[in-house]
Ligand binder design. Structure first.
Ligand SMILES: Cc1cc2nc3c(=O)[nH]c(=O)nc-3n(C[C@H](O)[C@H](O)[C@H](O)COP(=O)(O)OP(=O)(O)OC[C@H]3O[C@@H](n4cnc5c(N)ncnc54)[C@H](O)[C@@H]3O)c2cc1C
Length: 370
């Protein structure tokens, strides 16, 4: 390649691409707006298929969290059910996942320039916040949840009542440990859900997706959490372990365009992760899509060059079409009052969970891809 590939964003998609490119002899430059690796709003559930794709990138599951998640527990409309996952998964904070992936990329020769925000993109031309302009042969857009001017996802992809992501951190505590254990818990309520898992440091991540209309009705994130807790007693039990500071730090992200995906791009520009497709987070497969897109786009670039972006984007959109559509169906059943209470019953049917899980996963990208 004539020039170093340029990647915007050092989340799972950008770092998966950086690892693959560096490993393939084309170490990229990654521009990351954050100076320090943060802890993005994310449930942190990593599926068994994503674990295998991460292994292709040289990232061992135990480096993220030696504990495994083996069960799903579903709460809705006063019902509760529990079923084994088809395969073991894991939960990891995004701080840990991003740190491990960034270190791997740098160890292989990628350069991560931190504190550099990209302000605008015009085809392959990138303008940074300090006014610098770069036009690489290949641009990999991995800015995730955040759109960049000139390449933003369409506003109408958010729908008339967009989803918000909310996250509450629950400190490590023996009671919570006993309640949640090795399960991923899904608490379903009117127009939203909350997923709870224990992370690598024993703390719990309670991450919700909820429609904006509920926030409008409640008036504030704090009031919304109280309203949700009142209708979901088991969730209220867990949120009760928030600590003496109360729900002071509720992290939020607005307008998540669940269900959006694109097959369109321009020559030399690869759109990765949430900039390629946004799977409803209830499925716990967004990191899977991010890592798969980073790995497979980088392989396409290494083998076919920058012009390969158009065919790759079209192919990747096809690959994720069914999981995104199926996850959308599950999410719409889970968020409605009439159908949500049926899901704990469904989870009890032997094999049903395995079918749903398989229908909402992206394929594993095997070793030849890295
Ligand atoms: C509520 C909620 C819960 C979720 N739970 C799960 C889950 O349990 N499991 C799962 O697999 N997925 C989950 N997801 C989805 C998952 O978080 C995303 O799909 C995943 O983070 C996408 O990775 P990414 O690399 O594309 O983007 P991101 O993780 O958003 O990373 C993008 C990176 O780009 C940087 N950046 C952004 N803009 C710029 C810019 N202009 N210039 C330079 N750098 C920039 C950011 O700082 C960041 O480091 C959840 C999402 C939500 C909203």
């Amino acid at each position: 390649m004539r020039q170093q590939p340029l990647i915007v964003g050092a989340g799972p998609a950008g770092t998966a691409a950086a690892i693959t490119l560096a490993h393939g002899g084309a170490p990229p430059v990654v521009l990351e707006r954050a100076r320090e690796t943060g802890d993005a709003i994310c449930g942190g559930f990593v599926s068994w298929r994503t674990i295998r794709t991460l292994e292709q990138l040289g990232i061992e599951a135990d480096a993220l969290n030696p504990a495994r998640i083996t069960r799903v527990r579903v709460f809705a409309g006063g019902r509760r059910s529990e079923a084994p996952l088809p395969h073991a998964a894991l939960a990891v904070s995004r701080h840990r996942l991003d740190t491990v992936m960034q270190r791997r990329a740098e160890a292989l020769g990628a350069t991560i320039e931190r504190g550099v925000a990209v302000r605008a993109i015009d085809r392959r031309r990138v303008t940074t916040a300090d006014g610098a302009s770069i036009e690489p042969d290949a641009l990999l857009l991995a800015s995730g949840k955040h759109d960049v001017r000139g390449s933003a996802r369409p506003a109408d992809a958010r729908g008339h009542d967009p989803a918000l992501g909310l996250r509450v951190r629950l400190p490590a505590c023996a009671h919570l440990h006993a309640l949640v254990g090795d399960a991923i818990e899904l608490h379903l309520f009117d127009r939203g859900y909350c997923g709870i898992v224990l992370q690598e440091d024993g703390s719990a991540n309670a991450c919700m997706a909820v429609h904006r209309s509920r926030l409008h009705e409640a008036g504030s994130p704090d009031a919304l959490l109280h309203a949700i807790a009142a209708e979901a007693p088991a969730l209220a039990d867990r949120l009760g372990f928030v600590g003496s500071g109360g729900w002071g730090a509720i992290d939020a992200i607005a307008n998540v365009p669940y269900g959006w995906r694109t097959a369109e791009t321009t020559a030399g520009v690869f759109r990765l992760g949430d900039q390629a497709a946004v799977i409803p987070s209830l499925a716990g497969e967004g990191i899977g899509i991010a890592v798969a897109s980073g790995l497979s786009s980088a392989r396409a670039l290494l083998t076919g060059g920058p012009e390969e972006s158009i065919a790759w984007q079209r192919g990747f959109a096809c690959t994720v079409a069914a999981p995104v559509r199926n996850a959308g169906l599950v999410w719409s059943l889970a968020e409605q009052r009439w159908s949500a209470p049926l899901l704990p019953l469904l989870a009890r049917i032997p094999g049903a969970l395995g079918l749903v899980a398989a229908a909402t996963r992206v394929p594993v990208f095997e070793r030849s891809a890295a």
